[in-house]
Design a protein around this ligand. Structure first.
Ligand code: FUL
Length: 692
């Protein structure tokens, strides 16, 4: 018998098994495009927010800000690129044009650009400098171009669409390869609009004619992905919040057409018919643009790591924003935080305790080698473990070889063939018994689970539900160093200060004189009474290692013990003054706006501004978007001292700070003119004043 004949017999006898052992499982659509795959593998990249509102301390420019304000004397895009590169990011998206309409490049189509600014005598081009710096540092470049333009006289008319596309063409033609375009859906209606100073409404679903704009992008930049929150489905989706997290369940799917609800944005859609992956966008400070008042509010290492685990660790990418200062640089504090963050991510995932360890599985496709359990720990994302077709529950066990401590579990699906896994658990073999250490729902491109350190000899991934056969391309097991979290500081209405650690074991040290707290500072022994203006800085320390958390820096203005909220149920309304951002009071008056909040400060004060913290619960109603602020000496005659919008408060409900010229007054009135729902519900977590 010759060899070929023998092989023939073998093949005929076991055709199904043989084929299965060699051929890949069938895809389960929708599938990611090659652009979406490339983008997902970038994992984290930066945003830079820089425009005329950098010079006016605003969140959104109105469109009438003077171009002459733009003069970043020390502008250095290489500094931005260096920081992002060192922080492990793979690209930078620049706000080429924000809502105010000011262009960071010399656009042929408007005078409202760097060309008419004093910076470099009008010869400068920030987008060019950014593109050059990205090239030098091996980063990709992305473009934010706001569809809403509060400067353009044509906004709202068909002519504006031509203008918008002309600008897009400039940006996608003259600056090399662009990896992502970002079309913000925000639109507050009112604007300068070439001097009209009016409110213009557009129909988000039809006005921009996205279909033809997308065709233009595909023609000019075929490798570019599209983020769009305002209209037709792009390649990527917003996650419904700017606070830095996507849902614990996160499908990279949506429906190609039809309504998109908040839940769909946040969790994706298990049976969606289009691949629209999630991007978590958040700022390293509360706001997107630079505000000097937020210098003490840069996200700490624990906050940034949480953001990482809740974005990259939940099958999304992380788009982390750096506000650029008026001088054209990233602030040193943001730089320090970003570099610490990048270093910690690198260190945490440097040693994979599962790599090349012995792995076995409950089921293997065709019982062959090509899809064996070892493919999940072979350090190659192009190979994967696959059970047989139609197996939707299965397990894979990794023998760590010896008792090993770990507290992070990373797992990846082979998504070129679709996202499949619906639920899974992670178990550790401790003292001969299997113990569940974590469980979760979806996996997708990458899932990282965080749990308390466990010491075990084996670790087991149990897929407990899947849309189809699960395909696992990678598993990693890590032992992350503990990071101490900064405590929270609250001052209640009576002036009592409470410093609250994130865990029970830490010791707290604090200062009240603005100096940096150390373990030699005063030890916190419980709430203490204060009076007057106050700056509390505090750290949490691990008593056994002596290590300390980042510092928390809270400034408090007047004590509020004699304040009264007038004309309402004061007992309930007091939530506004209790210093606790988690408590809130809502009111509505006569079912129509305006709705007033009147506070008696107890005595005359010298006021220069106020702050408003809206309801902090996710997507709670009653967030004020437009307001007037009045002061009075006698609660009879009122003087209007400020009228404005709280820009972007819906997407980013952080504390709003408004300043005005000094006013002597005993009574204040915050009048809500408009809220997020168009009704008269107004919610307040905190209201405070700023004094001279
Ligand atoms: C929001 C905008 O309104 C903010 O100003 C910021 O640009 C953020 C990234 O998107 O919707």
């Amino acid at each position: 018998m010759n060899r070929f004949f023998l092989w023939g017999i073998v093949l005929c006898l076991t055709p199904a098994v043989f084929c299965k052992a060699q051929t890949a499982p069938k895809p389960v659509g929708p599938l990611p495009s090659s652009n979406q795959m490339r983008w997902q593998q970038m994992e984290s990249y930066a945003f830079v927010h820089f425009s005329l509102n950098t010079y006016t301390d605003q969140s959104w420019g109105f469109g009438n800000e003077d171009v002459k304000l733009f003069n970043p004397k020390e502008l250095d895009c290489r500094q931005w690129a260096r920081i992002c590169k060192e922080a492990g990011m793979k690209g930078i998206i620049i706000t080429a044009k924000h809502h105010c309409g000011f262009c960071l490049w010399p656009s042929k189509y408007t005078a409202y650009s760097v060309e008419n600014a004093p910076w470099k005598n009008g010869k400068g081009d920030v987008v060019r400098e950014m593109a050059d710096a990205c090239k030098e540092y091996g980063l990709k470049l992305g473009i934010y171009l706001s569809p809403w333009d509060r400067n353009s006289a044509d906004y709202g008319k068909p002519e504006y669409i031509t203008y918008f596309r002309n600008q897009l063409t400039e940006l996608l033609t003259n600056y090399g390869s662009i990896f992502e375009v970002w079309f913000d859906g925000a639109n507050g209606g009112s604007g300068y609009y070439g001097g009209a100073n009016e409110t213009r409404t557009i129909d988000r679903t039809t006005y921009y004619d996205w279909k033809n704009t997308y065709a233009l992008i595909h023609k000019l930049q075929p490798d570019c992905v599209i983020w769009n929150d305002g209209g037709d489905r792009g390649d990527l989706r917003w996650v419904g919040t700017e606070a830095g997290f996507v849902g614990e369940t996160n499908w990279s799917l949506l429906n190609a057409t039809g309504e998109v609800t908040w839940n769909m944005l946040h969790y994706g859609l298990e049976n969606g018919n289009a691949w629209v992956a999630a991007e978590v966008n958040t700022s390293i400070r509360p706001e997107w643009f630079y505000h000097p008042g937020e210098d003490g509010k840069v996200k700490t290492l624990p906050q940034l790591m949480d953001t990482y685990y809740h974005s990259v660790g939940r099958n999304a990418t992380l788009l982390l924003n750096f506000p650029i200062m008026p001088n054209g640089l990233i602030n040193k504090r943001d730089e320090k935080a970003a570099l610490e963050f990048g270093k910690t991510v690198k260190e945490t995932f440097a040693v994979d305790l599962a790599k090349m360890k012995q792995a076995t599985a409950s089921d293997i496709r065709g019982n062959g080698k090509k899809f064996g359990a070892d493919k999940a720990v072979d350090n190659n994302n192009d190979t994967y473990w696959a059970p047989n077709d139609d197996i939707t529950t299965a397990s894979l066990t990794i023998d760590l070889g010896k008792p090993t401590s770990f507290n992070r579990f990373l797992v990846q699906e082979y998504i070129p063939l679709g996202q499949r896994v619906k639920s899974f658990t992670v178990e550790a073999l401790v003292g001969g018994n299997w113990k569940e250490v974590a469980n979760a729902t979806t996996i997708g491109y990458k899932r990282i689970l965080v749990f308390q350190t466990v010491r075990a000899t084996k670790v087991r991934l149990k897929i407990t539900g899947s849309k189809s056969t699960p395909l696992i391309s990678n598993i990693g097991v890590y032992d992350a160093k503990q990071i101490l979290t900064a405590p929270a500081v609250i001052r209640d209405q009576s002036g009592k200060v409470m410093i609250i650690p994130a865990d029970k074991e830490s010791l707290i040290y604090y200062t009240l004189d603005g100096s940096v707290p150390t373990t030699s500072s005063k030890k916190y022994a419980g709430p203490f009474q204060t009076d007057g203006k106050l700056n509390v800085k505090a750290i949490a320390c691990d008593a056994s290692t002596g290590k300390s958390s980042p510092e928390v820096d809270e400034k408090f203005d007047l004590p509020r013990k004699d304040w009264r909220i007038l004309g309402v149920d004061e007992e309930k309304a007091k939530a506004i003054l209790d210093g606790d951002p988690a408590t809130v009071w809502h009111q509505s008056q006569d079912k129509k706006m305006p709705v007033d909040l009147v506070i008696d400060l107890g005595k005359e004060e010298s006021l220069v501004g106020f702050t408003y913290l809206p309801d902090q619960a996710l997507w709670n109603p009653g967030i004020i978007t437009k307001y007037q602020f009045y002061v009075s000496q006698d609660n009879v005659t009122w003087k209007l001292v400020d009228e404005d919008e709280f820009s972007n408060i819906k997407n980013n409900p952080v504390i709003q700070t408004k300043k005005f010229a000094t006013q002597k007054a005993r009574y204040i009135k915050l009048r809500a003119l408009k809220n997020t729902e168009g009704n008269d519900n107004t919610g307040y977590a905190e209201v405070n004043v700023i004094t001279n």
